[in-house]
Design a protein around this ligand. Structure first.
Ligand code: NI
Length: 228
């Protein structure tokens, strides 16, 4: 499932993130890729341990924690520490690749299976040309270029790329999620059901017997598939 989530960050948070990124110590993006991905990768990235990255990580994680649609869609068990990248000038693209299946956290802090790949856009579409995230899907290529503060989730199994940026700079945050529900298909069903249930609840009310019954079915399906 490829899903666009609106307004993960408020305009004020985007503004704050941009102020931090403007003075951050960018480095070659190949520092964090697997071998195949490093060949395709030509961008800049913030060093994982720098103070700017730490401040930005807090800001993004707060946004994730309060967003109900994000939680329902991803059912996160573990979120890898968000990373930050920049495309523009001579370092402006990332060719076709699949993300590594397992992300090893710094300082032996554990591992995250990359069930879901996430990109949070931090520059608005009119600030740069090119730079679309292209995700190859069974239904064809999906081209994604979202307003600053919006997030896209897509399966970690997808072949994807970032098109060359030919004007301006594309700033983004990226991270991976190990979900409590490993299967993309099962997660999709649960998400659809939850969204329909929310609509039903807002019309019929929480006490409606069908709402109570279907909420039970949602949780029983989740219980069957979840891995906590
Ligand atoms: Ni990637």
């Amino acid at each position: 499932m490829l899903l666009h989530i609106n307004d993960l960050l408020t305009p004020e948070e985007v503004h704050r993130a941009r102020a931090i990124l403007a003075v951050a110590p960018w480095q070659d993006g190949r520092a964090t890729s697997g071998e195949q991905a490093a060949l395709a990768k030509n961008n800049e990235q913030l060093p994982e341990g720098c103070e700017e990255a730490r401040l930005l990580q807090e800001l993004v994680l707060r946004g994730l924690e309060r967003h109900e649609v994000f939680f329902s869609a991803s059912l996160p068990r573990q979120v890898s520490p968000p990373l930050f990248n920049r495309y523009g000038g001579a370092t402006n693209t990332f060719g076709n690749h699949v993300d590594s299946a397992v992300r090893f956290l710094r300082n032996g802090a554990g591992r995250v299976r990359t069930d879901i790949s996430c990109t949070l856009f931090l520059a608005d579409p009119d600030e740069y040309d090119g730079g679309e995230l292209v995700v190859e899907d069974t239904y064809g290529d999906k081209r994604v270029k979202l307003p600053a503060g919006d997030l896209v989730l897509y399966p970690g199994t997808s072949v994807h790329r970032v098109e060359p940026v030919t004007r301006g700079h594309r700033l983004a945050c990226f991270f991976w999620i190990q979900s409590m529900v490993r299967s993309d298909e099962q997660r999709r069903l649960l998400f659809d059901m939850d969204m329909h249930l929310r609509r039903l609840r807002s019309g019929a009310g929480d006490a409606d017997p069908a709402v109570v019954g279907l909420t039970g079915t949602y949780h029983n399906l989740l219980r069957m598939w979840v891995d906590t």
